[in-house]
Design a protein around this ligand. Structure first.
Ligand code: DX5
Ligand code: ZN
Length: 217
């Protein structure tokens, strides 16, 4: 595990009319990943983007694409997102009837498997698949929209997940946190054991992306 905290700006808060330039700008500003929020209007109320746009983002950057699938039956689309250029694919435990199989499907397709749970889902729901993933994402808001307030109970969840991973000897698994991250909450979750921070508004709604990313790190 690298000690350096990685920053994954979420393009959900970008100007979609200038998506190519926005992605280039965060790369130049020091981002580590591009976080892509895929929403289907079924698992979450909002509808966003699909593989076609992921492919366009891929053409704009050499950064790894961290694709967060907030869709029902994600297994139907994993291959399409890998072909479009996803490096990491995150699926919600709440959407997977056969989570272990879906994580293996991601790996077989050539991407890094990652699992995510909502703020209301117990850590025990993913405990038995921790050996199958390179990253666990803990939602720190209810998924669906950018710009929501951070849920403070996430800090203790990060600590408990880090302890769970250590107890299993899985020290290289990343803990990513998504939702309401700003300079204050970033510091809190990193102290608790997070290694990857997603940030939408805290990057794209700021005048200076480089300063915004540096402030989070
Ligand atoms: C929420 C998304 C997040 C969101 C984060 O459903 O998964 O990635 O865009 O946005 P901020 O950082 O503005 O809360
Ligand atoms: Zn996300």
């Amino acid at each position: 595990m690298s000690n350096r905290v990685r920053i994954a700006p979420s393009i959900l808060s970008a100007d979609f009319g200038r998506l190519h330039d926005e992605v280039k700008a965060i790369e130049a500003a020091g981002a580590d990943y591009v976080h892509v929020d895929v929403m289907d209007g079924r698992f979450v109320p909002n509808i966003t983007i699909g593989p076609l746009v992921v492919e366009a983002v891929k053409r704009a950057t050499s950064l790894p694409l961290d694709v967060h699938l907030m869709i029902v039956e994600p297994e139907r689309y994993i291959d399409d997102f890998v072909k479009a250029g996803a490096s990491i694919i995150t699926v919600h435990q709440e959407t997977c009837a056969h989570l272990h199989r879906t994580l293996q499907q991601i790996r077989a397709a050539g991407a890094k498997p990652s699992v995510v749970i909502n703020p209301s889902t117990s850590l025990s729901a993913i405990e038995d698949v921790l050996g199958e993933v390179t990253q666990v994402l803990l939602m720190s808001v209810n998924p669906g929209f950018g710009g929501q307030a951070f849920i403070p109970a996430t800090i203790d969840r990060v600590k408990r997940l880090r302890a769970m991973l250590e107890a299993k000897g899985l020290t290289s698994v990343d803990i990513e946190v998504d939702g309401g991250i700003n300079a204050t909450t970033a510091k809190q979750v990193v102290a608790a054991g997070a290694t990857v921070l997603v940030a939408g508004n805290a990057v794209f709604k700021q005048p200076d992306y480089r300063a915004a990313i540096a402030a989070l790190r």
